[in-house]
Design a protein around this ligand. Structure first.
Ligand code: GDP
Ligand code: MN
Length: 464
């Protein structure tokens, strides 16, 4: 089909319709939207007929349809510590109090000597809720700093976000303390439903923001970013207005913080960028005193800054081991370990497990071109997960060969010993040889299955 010149000219213009014209949602109760739409049509028509000049901004969408960048239980995202997030914020001109990061008690008191006055000692861990857990402490002198540092470095932090076992604290931030008059909340997060980032602000920032979100959602004001024009001036003004500053200089400062946070979010492919709280001090200064950022794993390769910030000591050890062997390991909450090749097959496998009443503990995708060593490592990783009460091996041999997996199974059984039942469903390339090898090896815990449904039923029965 050939498009007329006018149709062709219109095509690149379509994306400039601003996102706040969301007809499906707004027409019934918002007459202005319709008026806005009509106005846009007129402007476009006038521009096309040459009556007025119109500058069109072209851009590339930053994401592909269906690609999910939302943090799901904190997975698929890279985290950084508060002190690192503070560095990224200061880079874009968001004011943060002076601070230094330390990992011993002696360094903590040295840092205090350099900063002086009142400081706040803060545990640097990948979990929030530190304030309530006693891992954010205001200190007036060197002795208090020493005491707080000793406590934090020798106790595991247990907060609402960590689970009962808590996490060890390896680093502390010693930051100049401020006198807070009010606490605000500012965040940018990927909105999967709208497929564009959303900026959220609230006058009720601080440690209770989760409660606010649940009980008083109207206290959180949201504006969605245009996919390639970013935060528009009037949206920023609306967000600042929602924070209700009476002082013009403070309002301007808050606007700068919001724009800065959006800049960081877009520049580093964040999944989340959050300042909580952003504070107004008794002197009328606007400062970010806590920051949290997570990044889309799939984009980290293009940010040297983030690669340098990566802290393997804080990551899930099993996930890292899997990564080292080119395997993708996704921990879940159930008790059936899944060893599969290919993400699609993993989904189908987990669906069938669920259908037959089971619950996956993880899935380990060995990929298309797995070697025997890689597959053995895969078993080692799955078997070291204490939640696992049964394993379902589901391999469709294409490039990966069934006999390679069978050999790995046999080697893993000999090396590691299967402590839980392992149900095996193999299909595809070299499957006959694989079945023969497995039959000859006669591994005690190994249960062959005819097809996927049979396999799912068997493994669910074993763990029930
Ligand atoms: P979180 O609990 O992990 O989110 O840690 P935050 O860094 O947000 O600190 C928790 C709370 O401690 C904040 O909401 C503040 O109320 C308080 N706080 C943190 N830093 C300071 C400070 O410099 N001065 C004062 N007065 N309070 C602070
Ligand atoms: Mn906080």
């Amino acid at each position: 089909m050939r498009l007329t010149f006018r149709q062709q000219a219109l095509r690149p213009l379509v994306p400039i319709f601003p996102p706040w014209i969301d007809l499906s949602r707004q027409i019934p109760h918002n007459g202005r939207t319709v008026a806005g739409c009509v106005l846009w049509m007129r402007v476009l028509r006038a521009a096309l007929s040459g009556r007025i000049g119109l500058t069109v901004r072209f851009g590339v969408r930053r994401y592909t349809d269906g690609f999910e960048t939302q943090p799901t239980n904190g997975r698929y995202t890279m985290k950084v510590h508060e002190y690192q997030a503070r560095t990224l914020l200061s880079e874009v001109g968001v004011p943060v109090p002076q601070s230094s990061v330390v990992d011993t008690v002696a360094q903590a008191t040295d840092a205090y000597a350099a900063i002086g006055g009142k400081v706040v000692v803060k545990a640097q861990v990948f979990a929030g809720g530190r304030g309530k857990a006693g891992f954010v402490k205001l200190c007036d002198n060197a002795d208090e700093v020493r005491e707080a540092a000793e406590f934090m470095l020798s106790n595991r932090m247990v907060s609402v976000q960590t689970g009962a076992e808590g996490i060890a604290v390896k680093k502390l931030l010693i930051a100049a303390a401020v006198d807070i008059e009010s606490e605000y909340y500012v965040a940018v997060v990927m909105d999967r439903t709208k497929r564009t980032p959303v900026v959220m602000v609230s006058r009720e920032g601080g440690v209770e923001i989760e409660v606010v979100a649940k009980e008083n959602p109207d206290a959180i004001v949201k504006r969605w970013l245009h996919p390639h024009m970013g935060l528009l001036g009037f949206q920023c003004a609306q967000l600042v207005a929602a924070l209700n500053f009476t002082d013009k200089a403070q309002a301007r400062a808050a606007g700068k913080v919001i724009r800065g946070l959006v800049d960081v979010f877009l520049k580093y492919d964040c999944a989340l960028a959050e300042i909580n709280p952003l504070v107004r001090t008794t002197d009328g200064e606007i400062l970010a005193i806590d920051a949290k950022m997570t990044f889309d794993d799939n984009a980290v390769f293009r940010h040297k800054t983030l690669q340098d910030m990566f802290d393997p000591a804080e990551e899930n050890a099993l996930e890292l081991r899997a990564k080292d062997h080119n395997l993708s390991y996704i921990p879940l909450d159930g008790n059936i370990g899944c060893l599969v090749n290919g993400a699609g097959l993993a989904m189908a496998t987990m669906d069938l497990i669920k259908l037959h009443g089971g619950d996956p503990a993880n899935f380990l995708d060995v990929g298309g071109s797995v070697t025997k060593e890689g597959a053995i490592e895969a078993f080692r990783i799955i078997l070291s997960d204490k939640k696992v009460k049964g394993i379902l091996v589901n391999i469709f041999g294409g490039i990966a060969k069934c006999d390679t997996i069978a050999e790995a199974l046999i080697a893993a059984a000999q090396d590691l010993g299967f402590t839980v039942p392992v149900v095996v469903r193999l299909e595809g390339t070299n499957v006959d040889r694989a079945r023969k090898l497995l039959a000859e090896a006669a591994i005690e815990q190994l249960i062959p299955a005819d097809d996927l449904t049979d396999a799912a039923k068997k493994v669910c029965a074993k763990v029930a």
